[in-house]
Design a binder for this molecule. Structure first.
Ligand code: SF4
Length: 447
């Protein structure tokens, strides 16, 4: 069971030395109880306390890294059931299945689908994160050949090695040793041999169980055999089962601190109908899946699922925002127009996109309004004449441009007088209310 802040405090040195970055041991204990810091921040904690607290302060869902390098995906570490309670921490990975019974052209096309899946959405790079190679043939040689091909063509991509055969696992895993792969297909029957192979290749283990009780027993068995990086497949395949099992697993881990189910979940959502598959994959995204294995990665499906994942894993208490600064759109000169907007990501990307569409190079002043959109920031008193004037003065833009004209969004036309009052020598021009009016607006001025 998780310990309370006071229970944790009793086990700390109580010297209030501040080495942990908190003013007192009690403050540190409270943060530890809320899982907002880690025990290793206190250098003086006793070995006995470490033993007790280490277990109690470990995240309820064990963190595991899938893949290596820039594209590695961290999974687990979740602490809440609902994102409005705090936030969901580590987005799930989307993984495309490739079977060793599929022909070369299909295999090549699928590898290419993964490698070309990346899109940039509001400043974040989103992609299909991995490949699941499945030993459909039952032939270890064929499986090893597929593994070799995937390893050479997609060396930076995380891989799930899907087989219940120790021979197949040996043949495939040697190509992904130490690369953050998951050996999936560990059952009660093959656990001893498979876990040994996983250990030798330094990869995580994916257990394949039939139901939640069996899953809990199997994770304990794998742990006793020496592997703690585990992902859970409870056997759920229907949408209703995925919803039920995933919810029960997360609830057991978070609310009961039930360690045997405190691991990331892998869901297999493959369907013949791509639309249906997208729906079930979306269910996995919303309800606690850490690895979603799919049979296809069409662009339309990727876009829908990436967008859903991005939204589910955005901190609901922190609006998405971009850095406050003067952005160059195109190659602006000292005579190019200067526009201003707020630093809400969506606002920035829409406004900058429309300026790009105009083909008129421009300076775009993006002001920190804590990630609020223009009207909301104005209503909240964060986008005012005085604040805009200060920002423009301190931004250094006066050294870059010859003119002294600032174009403001049409929705805050009311600010023009206040800005001109505070920004001596400047002229304020009211731009269009909607960003899609910018191309015509800027082109007509440039003509
Ligand atoms: S470092 Fe340890 S002993 Fe020092 S204040 Fe923090 S919790 Fe207390």
């Amino acid at each position: 069971m998780a310990l309370s802040g006071v229970e944790i405090f009793k086990l700390l040195p109580k010297t209030n030395c501040k080495k942990c970055g908190f003013p007192t041991c009690l403050a540190f204990a409270m943060k530890l109880a809320q899982r907002q810091t880690t025990l290793d921040k206190c250098p003086d904690v006793s070995e006995e306390a470490k033993k007790i607290l280490g277990e109690a302060s470990a995240p309820p869902v064990r963190p595991i890294t899938f893949g290596t390098g820039d594209k590695a995906v961290k999974m687990g570490e979740e602490t809440v059931l609902f994102r409005h309670e705090k936030k969901f921490v580590n987005p799930n990975a989307f993984v495309l299945e490739i079977k060793d019974t599929e022909d070369d052209a299909t295999v090549d096309a699928k590898i290419n689908d993964v490698l070309t899946s990346e899109i940039n959405r509001v400043g974040q790079l989103l992609r299909v994160d991995g490949i699941c190679i499945t030993n459909d043939s039952g032939d270890a040689g064929k499986f090893g050949a597929l593994a070799e091909k995937v390893a050479s063509k997609a060396p930076d991509v995380g891989v799930v090695v899907n087989t219940e055969s120790p021979e197949g696992a040996e043949a495939a895993l040697k190509h992904f040793s130490g690369k953050g792969a998951v050996l999936y297909g560990v059952t009660a029957e093959n656990a001893e041999k498979m876990v040994e192979i996983a250990k030798n290749n330094k990869v995580a283990v994916g257990i394949k169980a039939d139901g939640l009780e069996a899953a809990a027993e199997l994770t304990e068995k794998v742990k006793s055999l020496g592997v703690e990086d585990i992902v859970i497949d409870s056997g759920a395949r229907k949408a209703s089962e995925i919803l039920e099992h995933n919810t029960l697993i997360r609830r057991a881990a978070i609310k009961k601190n039930f360690k045997p189910l405190g691991y990331p979940i892998i869901n297999f959502v493959q369907r013949d109908d791509a639309m249906y598959e997208a729906l079930v994959a979306g269910l996995g995204v919303c309800k606690y899946s850490s690895i979603v294995v799919m049979s296809s990665a069409e662009k339309w499906k990727n876009l829908a699922l990436f967008t859903l994942r991005q939204n589910i894993y955005t901190d609901p208490q922190v609006p998405m925002q971009v850095e406050q600064k003067i952005y160059k759109i195109g190659e602006p000169t000292p005579d190019s127009p200067l526009l201003i907007t707020t630093n809400f990501s969506l606002t920035y990307f829409i406004v900058s996109g429309e300026i790009e569409n105009s083909k008129v190079p421009a300076w775009l002043a993006v002001m920190d309004c804590e990630g609020l959109s223009v009207l909301t920031a104005w209503a909240a008193g964060k986008f005012t004449g005085a604040k805009i004037a200060n920002f423009i003065k301190e931004s250094g833009i006066e050294k870059e441009i010859k003119h002294r004209e600032l174009i403001i969004p049409g929705y805050v036309a009311i600010l023009s007088g206040a800005i001109e009052e505070k920004l001596e020598g400047w002229k304020v021009t009211v731009g269009p209310r909607e960003a899609n009016g910018l191309p015509a607006f800027l082109r007509s001025r440039a003509a």
